[in-house]
Design a protein around this ligand. Structure first.
Ligand SMILES: [Zn+2]
Length: 281
């Protein structure tokens, strides 16, 4: 894989190996801007990959570019594994949402990015990226949208390879679905995910993600024991709800199933009794 790769005017892609969720093996970093540059996803914890990443960032002045900040889409380790190292090596501030900062107490976050903030990057052509707070996968998740070009830095909202895990600890299934729909309504024309290839028809993919989760939710509702019964444990439900998924992935599927159940519980459609879940209504 040739690195870096020019994706569009003012957008460069640099995938680096990370300990991420299989089948993905890499996290995509992006350099945004034609003179002032923001580096998105300082992800890799591996020495050899960090050296390659630094070489990439340090070569930017030779093409008239100057990195001004490092940007975190969210706090997960396969997105922030190089943040402290790159910030100190390059002398750059780190920007992130406050809910991301709260989860990374050892990292100095110089600027808290809020929903609606505009990041303007000066250059031969200025680039304006709008920050969108999109919780659901992670509480502090931020996407960046360039209305002019239609590009969307999607972080872990969608992926070009593998799947996005929504689990009960960091995630919120209802919020995730709301934010997917919000992103689709912006009608982005190019999706740039943290994992996998650029997405040419992001609106279609966002719609597919929503439909897929709703299909899964319908299966959960269909599988749930009726109210008044002893109820089901998550490990009893997984083989039914995820019959179409390799058993190898069932432990992860169980986490996602729990997020679905919590959504149903909040909507008054499921009830938890200790470890057991039953349908309501
Ligand atoms: Zn993540």
């Amino acid at each position: 894989m040739a690195r870096p790769r020019q994706i569009a005017r003012g957008i460069e892609l640099f995938p680096a190996r990370t300990p991420t969720l299989p089948p993905a093996t890499h996290t995509n970093s992006y350099a945004l801007g034609e003179r002032e540059v923001v580096l998105v996803e300082p992800a890799t914890p591996h020495d050899d990959e960090r050296r390659a990443w630094l070489t990439w960032a340090r070569a930017m002045p030779s093409t008239g570019r100057a990195p001004i900040a490092i940007f975190l889409t969210h706090h997960h380790p396969d997105h922030t594994g190089g943040a402290a190292f790159f910030a100190s090596e390059l002398g750059l501030p780190i920007w992130a949402h406050e809910a991301t900062a709260a989860r990374l107490p050892d990292l100095a976050i110089a600027r808290l990015i809020r929903d609606g903030d505009e990041l303007t990057l000066d250059g031969p052509r200025a680039h304006r990226w709008r920050a969108l707070h999109t919780p659901g996968h992670a509480p502090g998740h931020i996407c960046l949208h360039d209305e002019e070009s239609g590009a969307l830095i999607a972080g872990d909202m969608v992926a070009g390879v593998g799947t996005i895990l929504i689990e009960a600890q960091d995630g919120d299934m209802a919020e995730y679905l709301r934010q997917l729909q919000r992103l689709a309504a912006l009608a982005p024309r190019l999706g740039l995910p943290a994992h996998g290839e650029p997405i040419d028809e992001p609106v279609q993919l966002l719609g597919y993600y929503v439909a897929h989760r709703k299909m899964r939710e319908a299966k959960v509702v269909g599988a749930l024991a009726p109210v008044g019964s002893a109820g089901d444990r998550i490990e009893d439900l997984v083989p039914v709800v995820y019959a179409d998924t390799p058993a190898l992935l069932w432990p992860l599927a169980g986490l996602s199933l729990e997020a679905h159940l919590i959504k149903l519980e909040r909507e008054g459609r499921a009830r938890r009794e200790g470890e057991r879940w039953a349908a309501l209504g």
